[in-house]
Design a protein around this ligand. Sequence first.
Ligand code: BGC
Length: 883
Amino acid sequence: MFEIIDLKLNHKKKPIGLSSLPKLSWKLNSNQRDVVQTHYQVQISTQMKFNDVKYDSKLVKSNESINVELPQLEIVDFKKYYIRVKSISNKGEESKWFISFFITGYVNQAIKASMITIEDSIKLNHEETFYARKEFESKKNIESAYCTATAFGLYKLYLNGDRVGDYQLTPGWTSYNKHLIYQIYDVTELIRNGENTIGAMVGVGWYKGSFGFNRKPNLYGDKAGFLCELHINYSDGSQSVIRTDTSWKGHLSPILMSNLYDGEYYDANREIDNWCLSNLDTTDWLGLTTIDFNHMILKEQVSEPVRVIEQIQAEKLFRTPENDLVIDFGQNMSGLVQISVTGMKGDQVELNFFEVLDAEHNVYIDNLRGAEQKVTYVFGEKEDVVYIPSFTFQGFRYARINKFPGQAKIDNFIALAISSSMEMTGRIETSNKTVNQLVHNILWGLNSNFVDIPTDCPQRDERMGWTGDAQVFARTACYFKNCYNFYKKYMIDLAHDQTSDGGVPHVVPDILSGNSNDDKFLSEGAVSAAGWADAAVIIPWTLYQVYGDEDILVTQYESMKAWIDFMKNHSEDYIWSYNMQFGDWVALDAKEGSYFGATPNDLICTAYSAYSTSLFVKTAKVLNKQKDAEIYSDYLNKIINKYHSEFIDDAGCLKAQTQTAHILSLYFDLLPEDNKEIAIKNLVGLLDKENGHLVTGFLGTPYFCSVLSNHGKYKEAYDLFLKDDFPSWLYQVNMGATTIWEHWDGVKPDGSMWSPDMNSFNHYAYGAIGEWIQRTMIGIELDESDPAYHHYYIQPIIDKRFTYAKGSLMSQYGMIESKWELYGDRVKLSIKVPVNTRCTINLRQAIDIMDNNTGQTFLEMDLGFSVCVGSGEYKVEYLVNIE
Ligand code: BGC
């Protein structure tokens, strides 16, 4: 058996709206061992049966099966192309064709539609929303129809009364003034022969709703607008296009208020029946005007749209001691609640969303700060209603029912968790239930905060794309989900929002440092913080490592370089330190009342400048930019030399006696060989001093366990990981967390709260421990020099407190699996290696091999036993000698 089980086009299944030919990645499967591809063939056709083959690669002798580029081929706009791939293996087997398709968008044409608005007639001052509509005729047989849409604000598209697509919060959040993305929908089935009506509901969203620290409206512009272009291909070969222009008409919609933080107010008395059907009396509808803007900023959507990813039934409905009626959905999330309710005209449903109960089990909303998170529905004529808000989302586990007609029941409510709809790729399970819950919480931190951009949190009046949080979590995220396109979009905006001298904003899209109309929140200091701005380099490098697609390095190269040059230009004698820094943010070694950890800024800044420069040198090498590689590796050496003289004392110890100083110096490989031993010893000493607890913040925490286990301190790494009193990852799990907290003691043991002003219970950053679980505990580790797990390692570190741990990763090549079981001193390791890849099994704690079905002999190496195998399934049993 030899088969293709999946075909991705630009890392997506069946993409729509492409402006050029996609890159191809297919996964192969076989029941034999040591299978590699020797040849492949690709064909493209406009017909499902491939009667008219437009492109035939013929049999290509190649083992490449991911990120395969196609030669330039003439393709036309708004057309469906079928594509099929087959593969031949080294065992002489030939797979069947695997068929998929893609739909093109703007290949040769450009968007000509206008951005239309109601705001020259009525200002949406109260964050109202408006309808836009247009009737048109379609009288011939339709072959296909595709509709492009975007907005200054948020939109929902309708055709003949039906909602088009299932995307949420479109067009998403980008640096709107420079980069506005559009969606393209296949609407072939929705067009009728004869009269048709196309329409949209348009809300203010991030574009002009009040948002940001200052809650200012009009961050990007003062008029909400909508743009769409419907392309119809008729069977006779002719086409017609319907575009937004001044012939469209508009009306206020029943949503009288919608705001991302505050929620929505919907008055059904303002509904217009059949507002998106033909033959409506539109005499009281208003004319719409156009908003001028540069159409060059319009770009196709590369990332996966936000969707409802899970429906969650309410678990409990109960009264609090303060007599509030509360629904508990059992899971903290980003989402909306669907309310199914019966009422009479004028009745209201009103819900307030929140994350946790306080010590007395009452509603706790103080940590939401200014975000109201309230949804109100006012009944009109219709009595039986299913209502879901449109242009907002909430961060919540609970909802308080403020108003409800009659008696509320548990099945009146279903939570709809929303997230960017990326493919789930990683799974982990262990014999420890608390650890499993932690893994669940990491995943739900990801689900909740990957809502078109990587937000810091989904509940309070913040929800911004903090670069530091995104950077520390990137590798973990890329384990659990396929994040290539998600981060690619984010990196496009990061590059757009860089300052002219390469500085990187704290948040992307940048609404803090003058890239929008918000006040300069942090005045001159709103760019370029170490560990935050380094997202510019760390994220593209991580994506390249995990997905092997050089495109991300090519497109980000200038942005990466500009960031390195920024640090270089602002360094003094290779020591970098600049304006306002967050340092080891919220570390526990901070002075009383401060969020800034004790590790000195110049050390953190210089350490990060060395690390990012080292990744940039690797990038230059991958892209064959030898000159840059030389210049920047010379520069890197100078930073490291200076690092030694500045931060290490005569005894070879780091002067800064903080955990984070040691962690960064070791993880970024900034110490002379001789001093590493001392540093790791001192780090363990610093840990002992805290009774085995970490006192690290945003920058030290993610690498702590890795640094310990990478330096042979396996037991210490597990000890730290398994701590379950404050501060630790498992403390919050034991306190009932269902996502990752911002603070180690968000809720204290007595149930009281850390502080109201910065206490998110859904902050994914500390979930970066997921990377250690994957790479060390499960032991699935990639090979930097042969990315995308083309060659990788299985090298789990076993600990006696577990009887098993297993993980799987759907890599670009196929499924990687690793499972270890511990019976006394005997480990049973079972692994699965995908076709076309090789895996080096390193048994780092082994003292003897008992049983080995790999067909090869393990070699005894410095660090345990090792063997390299090709694809297939393997089992090895070995003896360990662990404390
Ligand atoms: C955010 C963090 C962010 C930080 C910057 C906070 O308000 O919630 O996650 O990285 O500010 O220091």
